[in-house]
Ligand binder design. Structure first.
Ligand SMILES: Nc1ncnc2c1ncn2[C@@H]1O[C@H](COP(=O)(O)OP(=O)(O)OP(=O)(O)O)[C@@H](O)[C@H]1O
Length: 267
């Protein structure tokens, strides 16, 4: 029985991870009464199970878009659907990982991973514990469940955060520069970890990064946003074969795709 495919077949609709972003704009009021146009008229259709990355200059509204998909912020206009359901608040179908793992220091690794599941109404402690064990295995931290976050390296902490965002078996995984704080070697290792987790889960991944190579290596598709107010200025399919590995990074096609994307990014 696969950990991440152990789904109730009657819950098929719950697990439709397609994302429809329909004409979304977002304005923020500033303290001096002004307005910041963070996002403008953005539309995007993301099929279930796709790995999509978002590139764009600082402040162009990437995190704002992620927070709207997560149901953590309501757009000024437009709407977002996950599957056929309009997003109007946080949902267990969505897992989120941020650049800083934001783990609770006084909880063990296992308690941190299980937390989102235990906050659910129908959580069963035994089932959550079994799932946490499976996730520890998946992110290669078996045996470390009783450690505290301060006892782990940065890469290990980020793996705990990834395991935590998977605990509810989400149909959609939102990641906001999750590897931005890691050194280059750990980062490459985490890329391969994430790809195998994604492939096992079947989830849709929406991944924000500033790193063009990271976007090309991981994704099926990369979109580029304009400087603020953010809108989508490029939408590129990454047809590089999978599984990806060192040969992918060395291939001429990889270099060509990265160069194409670079041309679309303005600073
Ligand atoms: N809650 C808020 N109140 C006011 N302004 C905000 C708020 N959240 C974001 N902004 C502004 O909206 C714009 C877009 O911010 P956002 O964080 O989405 O950009 P980003 O592309 O994720 O940036 P970065 O790449 O630097 O993380 C920025 O100008 C930011 O200052």
């Amino acid at each position: 029985m696969s950990l991440l495919t152990d789904r109730n077949p009657t819950d098929a609709a719950r697990h439709d991870g397609s994302i429809t972003i329909d004409d979304v704009s977002m304005d923020f009021r500033t303290r001096d009464g002004g307005t910041i146009h963070a996002l403008t008229e953005s539309s995007l259709q993301i099929p279930s199970g796709q790995f999509i990355s978002v590139l764009g200059p600082s402040g162009c509204g990437k995190s704002t878009l992620l927070r709207i998909i997560a149901g953590l912020a309501a757009p000024t206009s437009g709407s977002v659907l996950i599957g056929t359901e309009t997003v109007n608040g946080p949902s267990r179908q969505v897992g989120i990982a941020f650049q800083t793992p934001a783990l609770l220091q006084w909880y063990t690794v296992a308690e941190n991973i299980g937390l989102p599941a235990k906050m659910g109404k129908n959580s069963h402690k035994g089932a959550v514990d079994a799932r946490v064990d499976g996730l520890l295995d998946m992110v290669k931290l078996s045996g470390l469940g009783q450690k505290y976050p301060r006892e782990l390296s940065g890469g290990m902490r980020q793996r705990v955060a990834i395991a935590r965002c998977l605990v509810n078996d989400p149909a959609v995984i939102l990641m906001d520069e999750p590897f931005g704080a890691l050194d280059a070697i750990t980062r490459e290792y985490m890329h391969d970890e994430l790809l195998s987790i994604w492939q096992a889960s079947g989830a849709t991944v929406f991944f924000i990064t500033h790193d063009i190579s990271e976007a090309v290596y991981l994704s099926d598709r990369v979109i580029v946003m304009s400087p603020r107010p953010g809108r989508i200025v490029a939408d590129m399919t990454i047809g590089l074969p999978r599984p990806r590995g060192e040969a992918t990074r060395q291939s001429p096609e990889f270099a060509r795709l990265a160069a194409d994307l670079r041309q679309h990014i303005s600073h």
